[in-house]
Write a protein that binds this ligand. Structure first.
Ligand code: PDD
Length: 279
C-alpha cells in the first residue's frame, strides 16, 4: 500500500511532492499543521483536529475556505492509501510570494497532505514505561497555535533521543508546560494534574480525550500549573499525543518516577483510550 502525497490540488508521487522556495512556510515558518490518526480507516476525533486547525488559521490570519474541503481531501487521501492504521499530516502555509516579512494580501495558501502507515511503537514502552528528560521550554508566547515553527521542540527532542529518552518534558520559570511533541500529566495520591489549556501549551486532542475519561471514571483531575519539584516527587507521570496515545513515563533523567513502574491510573487510561479508538 502506498504512502500518499498531495500538494496544492493534486495527488502525486513523492518525487512530485515539492513546493516553491518562495513558500512562506519554507522562508518564515508561516503556517500551521495537524497530525491526525486513523484506526480502521476511521479518523479519530476529526472534528477536534479541525476545530484546532480553524482556530490556528484564524489566529495567524490565514484565510482558507472552505475548511470542509480539507476534510474531504484528507478522507480521500486516507482512502487512496488503503492503510487501516494511518498517520495523516496536514499543513497549510500562507502561500508563495517574493520574500518580504509583511505578507501580501489575498495570498493563495499552500496545502500539503501526507499519509503514512502508523508505526507500531515498541510494546515495552507501554508495559515498562519510557524515559523522559527535563529540558527548558525555549518556545514563544503562543504555544496553543500548532505552528510549523518547531525548532525549540526538535532541539529538545534531539537531546532526549541522545539520552535514550522518548520525550523532553519542558519547563519555564519552574513550571512544567508540556513535552516536545506531547502533553504531560502527573498523578500524586490518586489525583491527576496537567497544565491548564492556555497559551503556554498545545491543547492536545489526546489530552482532552484523557480528561474526559478521567471525569467519566470520577478520578479527581485538576488543570492547574505544577512545578518541576512536584513532577519529580509524584507517583505517576504519563504523556499523551496522537502518536503515542497514553504512554507511561517511569524515568526522568536518571530518577525513577514513583516505584519505577507504570501506575494504576496510567494503566487504566491506556486501556480506556485504546477502547475509544476501536469503538
Ligand atoms: N504533536 N504538544 C505538542 C507540542 C505537540 O506537538 C503535540 C502533538 C501534542 C499532542 O497533541 P495531540 O494530542 O492533539 O496529538 C502536544 C504531533 C503528534 C506531532 O507534531 O507530530
Amino acid at each position: 500500500m502506498p504512502d500518499i502525497y498531495y500538494v496544492n490540488g493534486r495527488f502525486t508521487e513523492p518525487e512530485g511532492a515539492v513546493i516553491s522556495v518562495e513558500d512562506r512556510g519554507f522562508l518564515f515558518g508561516d503556517g500551521v499543521y495537524e497530525v491526525l490518526r486513523a484506526y480502521g480507516q476511521h479518523i479519530f476525533r476529526i472534528d477536534e483536529h479541525f476545530k484546532r486547525l480553524s482556530q490556528g488559521l484564524e489566529a495567524i490570519n490565514i484565510f482558507y475556505e472552505p475548511v470542509s474541503e480539507l476534510k474531504s481531501l484528507i478522507l480521500e487521501a486516507l482512502r487512496r492509501s488503503g492503510y487501516d492504521a494511518a498517520l495523516i499530516y496536514l499543513q497549510i502555509t500562507r502561500g508563495i510570494a517574493k520574500r518580504a516579512h509583511v505578507p501580501q494580501k489575498g495570498m493563495q495558501p499552500t496545502v500539503v497532505i501526507m499519509v503514512c502507515e502508523a508505526p507500531a511503537l515498541p510494546a515495552e514502552l507501554f508495559r515498562n514505561g519510557a524515559k523522559a528528560i527535563l529540558y527548558p521550554d525555549l518556545r514563544w508566547a503562543k504555544c496553543h497555535i500548532k505552528t510549523i515553527q518547531l525548532l525549540p521542540n526538535t532541539i529538545a527532542l534531539t537531546q532526549a533521543h541522545a539520552e535514550s529518552a522518548v520525550e523532553a518534558i519542558m519547563h519555564k520559570n519552574g513550571i512544567v508546560t508540556e513535552c516536545g511533541s506531547s502533553n504531560v500529566f502527573i498523578v500524586k495520591n490518586k489525583k491527576v494534574k496537567t497544565h491548564p489549556a492556555d497559551e503556554a501549551i498545545l491543547h492536545g486532542v489526546s489530552r482532552k480525550t484523557v480528561l474526559e475519561i478521567l471525569r467519566n471514571q470520577e478520578v479527581p483531575v485538576l488543570e492547574e500549573e505544577f512545578t518541576v519539584e512536584e513532577l519529580l516527587e509524584c507517583d505517576e507521570v504519563f504523556i499523551t499525543s496522537t502518536r503515542v496515545e497514553v504512554m507511561p513515563i517511569t524515568k526522568i533523567d536518571d530518577k525513577p518516577v514513583g516505584n519505577g513502574n507504570p501506575g494504576q491510573i496510567t494503566a487504566m487510561l491506556m486501556e480506556e483510550f485504546r477502547r475509544l479508538t476501536v469503538g
